[in-house]
Design a protein around this ligand. Structure first.
Ligand SMILES: Cc1cc2nc3c(=O)[nH]c(=O)nc-3n(C[C@H](O)[C@H](O)[C@H](O)COP(=O)(O)O)c2cc1C
Length: 235
């Protein structure tokens, strides 16, 4: 079997936030999420690895929050939540977040979804959590959601590099810490403070230090590879 073929299923990447103990949270990156019913009582399923702390915490708490990662997510966020266990580190201390319904939501999220476990099924290496969606809201980030296949093809190496740097310096990336400070001080998301440019091909929103207009003519979208002229200013 070629597991890369499964990356073509079109789904996203999410960060689970779940209570660990009073005032402390665990959680991890997950891709195995699907909405399986709509209407008045929407249902979502999450497949969670049994040897992860997140799995143990969800079983105990019977609820969790999903932050939907944006296409322009800082690869460090994936590394922070996906490459290490909350048994060893306070993952949420490394990223900007706020509490919604008592659970952590990433500042960069495009939407957050509060799930209550109503049933679960053990599948050996994984537990399938069947959940009622008890709240769902859009976030402030106007970027499109990250597609799992794009992560696998374009972002995985950056996530690994970000994790390597984090391990070497023992500090999360400074830029994002600064950005989170601004958003908390002004009450505005960093995205609101300067003009944004969005790729009309894949939805990637440029968020670099260099003003978009000053990028070289041969600059290309880091997600889909299309040129600068496919970008539109977001008003
Ligand atoms: C891209 C990516 C996708 C992942 N998808 C899932 C998933 O769907 N379900 C899951 O249980 N773990 C998934 N993981 C693995 C967990 O995020 C990872 O094992 C994490 O370190 C567990 O941390 P914890 O022990 O704090 O729960 C994924 C990791 C990455 C990097």
């Amino acid at each position: 079997m070629d597991s890369a073929a499964l990356w073509k299923l079109s789904y996203g990447l999410y960060v689970v936030g779940v209570k660990k103990q009073e005032g402390q949270f665990g959680g991890s990156v997950v891709d195995a999420v699907a909405q399986t019913a709509a209407g008045d009582r929407p249902v979502l399923v999450l497949s969670s690895m049994t040897n992860n702390l997140t799995n143990t915490l969800i079983k105990k708490e019977e609820q969790f929050m999903l932050s939907v990662l944006p296409a322009n997510v800082d690869p460090f966020i994936v590394a922070n939540f996906g490459f290490q266990s909350a048994r060893d580190v306070d993952k949420w201390a490394n990223v900007p977040y706020s509490l919604k319904n008592g659970l952590p939501v990433l500042d960069c999220t495009v939407a957050f979804i509060h799930c209550k476990v109503v049933e679960s099924k053990e599948l050996g290496t994984h537990t399938l959590f069947i959940c009622e969606i008890i709240d769902a809201q859009n976030g402030e980030n106007i970027a499109k959601p990250l597609v799992y296949a794009d992560y696998q093809e374009n972002m995985k190496d950056s996530a690994m590099e970000a994790f390597k740097q984090f391990k070497e310096t023992d500090k999360p990336p400074a830029k994002k810490t600064e950005a989170s400070k601004q958003s908390k001080e002004t009450g505005k998301s960093p995205a609101e403070k300067k003009a944004q440019w969005r790729c009309s091909m894949c939805g990637y929103v440029y968020d670099g230090e260099t003003p978009f207009e000053e990028l070289p003519d041969d600059w290309a979208c880091p997600l889909c590879g299309f040129g600068k002229d496919t970008f539109e200013k977001v008003e």
